[in-house]
Design a protein around this ligand. Structure first.
Ligand SMILES: Cc1ncc(COP(=O)(O)O)c(C=O)c1O
Length: 431
């Protein structure tokens, strides 16, 4: 039984100086109950909290630690770069090298601009798409998250074919009106929106594999259908691969599913854990970005030398060790198969979605293909399951509506440890 009095005390203290005690909302554990654990270190498959508890990690900093925490190659690259200065605010050779590597790896990217977060990447990509097309509106999908930029914080309202309403105070009605929403995997709804807003849609943005309503896979033909529609209507198709980029394949979900968007947003893994994002795409679109073109986008710390060094080390490793992807798929498959066996033995029949090294268990018996079906999950039961797993030393994402990320540091023994905990926690949560 893991107890965490120091974390509890820190959480009380944090709330005096930090809104809600955390620097990003999901970390507060509000969706699952209990207090967040305050971490001090992590290595490989493990993370250690202030109370000295050890956890097997299945968030991996929400994706980027694909080689496990504090991977030697990344740490060494960072240490080597530090003496040369932490920031120049001037161009460096490393920025060209990482850009060339990204262009090489990601099918849709001919030119790329580095930024500091996934949010910056998506906000910038939308601005560029608007500048390029001269149109204002965009379509996003219910349950897809693209960072906290104003135009992305829009709910579906009463239906897919309505104008957006702000999902957060502070987002103006004016901004919301330019964001249209459709259900994920519903190509017909998108076609209807496009028809009703002829020549007004600048971009369609989506997570090609959605990871922010739990893991939801694209239905066969959905991505290709969007591709065809965008080509026909002169709409910029943007794949937000902040989660899936370099994770599902070296070239991301677009490589895995063989559908090439016009633009791609990236984050997380490029920085190997450092704060990095990027957006890129076709030359003719990216040449709209300043100073090549008129769309302004800038950043004091963009292309930061330490972050670039971490990213280069990570991406070069992934480029030259393609077996990482087969190994991750095998590990994740054995976890998912084991979970299904556990459920069968316990007489439970929840839905598990899985692709590559990402998976989610939904506490519903219904197939989960979009946000509506994801919402049929019993979130109270998920909360009990989460806390049972935490007590058993397994650190999951503290929300039903998140994906889990497996790293190469998860060994066969750890899979068995995970499955034992999973069985006990499923049983406990079902009571
Ligand atoms: C698909 C997707 N896009 C964008 C973002 C925003 O990235 P960041 O948190 O780095 O701003 C996230 C964050 O989780 C994400 O999952």
């Amino acid at each position: 039984m893991k107890i965490a009095p120091i974390s509890e005390e820190l959480f009380q203290r944090a709330q005096h100086s930090i809104p809600g005690g955390v620097n990003s909302p999901v970390r507060a554990f509000r969706a699952v109950g209990g207090n967040p654990r305050f971490m001090v270190s992590a290595k490989g498959a493990y993370m250690f909290d202030e109370d000295g508890n050890r956890y097997i990690e299945l968030i991996n900093s929400w994706g980027p630690m694909i080689l496990g925490h504090a991977a030697d190659i990344v740490q060494e690259a960072v240490q080597k770069a530090i003496p040369d200065s932490l920031s120049f605010g001037a161009p460096t050779r490393k920025e060209i090298e990482i850009a060339e590597l990204i262009v090489d790896l990601v099918p849709s990217i001919e030119k790329v601009r580095m930024v500091n977060s996934g949010t910056e990447a998506t906000m910038s990509a939308i601005r560029v798409a608007r500048g390029y097309t001269g149109r204002n509106k965009m379509i996003k999908f219910e349950g897809c998250y693209h960072g906290h930029g104003d135009s992305f914080l829009i709910a579906a309202g009463s239906g897919a074919i309505t104008l957006g309403v702000p999902d957060s105070p502070g987002v103006t009605q004016g901004v919301a009106a330019d964001t249209l929403t459709a259900p994920f995997n519903d190509l017909e709804a998108v076609k209807t929106l496009v028809e009703a807003n002829k020549n007004q849609i600048a971009a369609i943005i989506l997570e090609p594999v959605a990871g922010n309503m739990g893991l939801v896979l694209p239905a066969p033909g959905f991505l290709q259908g969007l591709r065809d529609l965008c080509t026909k209507e002169g709409i910029v198709l943007i794949f937000d691969e902040v989660m899936t980029g370099f994770r599902l394949a070296p070239g991301g979900a677009q490589q895995l599913y063989g559908v090439t968007p016009d633009m791609t947003t990236l984050g997380k893994i490029i920085g190997g854990g450092m704060p990095v994002g990027a957006y890129g795409g076709k030359k003719e679109i990216m040449d709209f970005v300043a100073p090549a073109g008129p769309v302004y986008q800038a950043g004091t710390l963009s292309g930061n030398p330490i972050a670039m060094s971490a990213g280069m080390a990570m991406l070069q490793y992934l480029q030259s060790h393609r077996e990482v992807y087969t190994n991750l798929e095998q590990t994740t498959s054995s976890m998912v198969t084991g979970m299904r066996e556990n459920m069968q033995q316990l007489g439970l029949n929840y839905t598990i979605n899985h692709v590559g090294s990402m998976f989610s268990i939904f506490f519903t018996e219904q197939p989960v293909t979009d946000f509506e079906s994801a919402k049929t999950s019993d979130t109270a039961q998920f909360g009990r399951y989460f806390n049972s797993m935490l007590q058993r030393g397994i650190y999951l994402a503290p929300s039903q509506y998140e994906s889990l990320f497996v790293s190469t540091a998860i060994t066969d023994d750890l899979v068995q440890e995970y499955l034992q905990a999973n069985r006990e926690a499923l049983e406990e949560a079902a009571r």
